[in-house]
Design a protein around this ligand. Sequence first.
Ligand code: LAC
Length: 316
Amino acid sequence: SGRPTKISVVGAGHVGMAIAQTILTQDLADVLALVDANPDKLRGEMLDLQHAAAFLPRTTILSSVDFSSTAGSDLCIVTAGARQIPGESRLNLIHRNVELFQKIIPAVAAKSPECMLLIVSNPVDVLTFVAWKLSKFPPNRVIGSGTNLDSSRFRFLIADHLQVNAQDVQAYIIGEHGDSSVALWSSISVGGVDLLSCLEKEEINYEKETLEKIHKAVVDSAYEVINLKGYTSWAIGYSAASLARTLLRDQRRIHPVSVLAKGLHGISGEVFLSLPVQLGRGGVLGVTNVHLTEEEAQRLRRSAETVLEVQSQLEI
Ligand code: LAC
């Protein structure tokens, strides 16, 4: 289009700066705008990134405590907000972060009325719903990073178990980016070979609880990292940057991300949950018709109820 591609990152904390750094190293934007409430931290991060100019593809880096630097963005990535303390569930952050979103989202939407919104702050499914309501954008332009990261963790664990490359493991976690997420065991393939049938053929004796254990390891992994280093940043940074690349380069790739799931798989409420969807320049291009077993569909509907329950406590 010739017009410079612009990404704004709202929130210059660990997650926001991991995403910003990956945007620069992967040359995903011509202009990168940073926003944060702390002026010194924000200016420090901007200068520190600008000083790497000689080693990076040329990117104009702006920053502002207000939202002026975000004007005319193609993609706005929102990472601002309180983060879990060790042992705290993501859903527990909701009241603090909704208040913040009531300031952030209308301002970002007013400055970039045509942008795509990528929500990363937790609880991401509820906050993506809140961003959809507050921005008044069509739902195809409001996406949550959701279980794109959980699915990468899942693929890593399976790949590590089988000693293959995680990029050759096609596996989805869907639903809430949280404790009620759903592992789609029935649709996992490794190098195009259906996993469960290949385990059967090898007579690898896998008990249901083995599968449950691997899924639980995925759910617990963020808690473990938070307990060890206080927060997660690199994996979510690469996850969000992979979504930014797909969206801005119109890659038409399929990612499990948080989208308006109303009407899908028997879900009736206005709720954002992760499902495998095709993404491109227009945001959500389509929802794949992934096959769910009856048990997987039931778990997905229970996950929807969990998120709707938290959402029902909000006044926005
Ligand atoms: C995690 C945070 C981003 O799962 O929720 O690491």
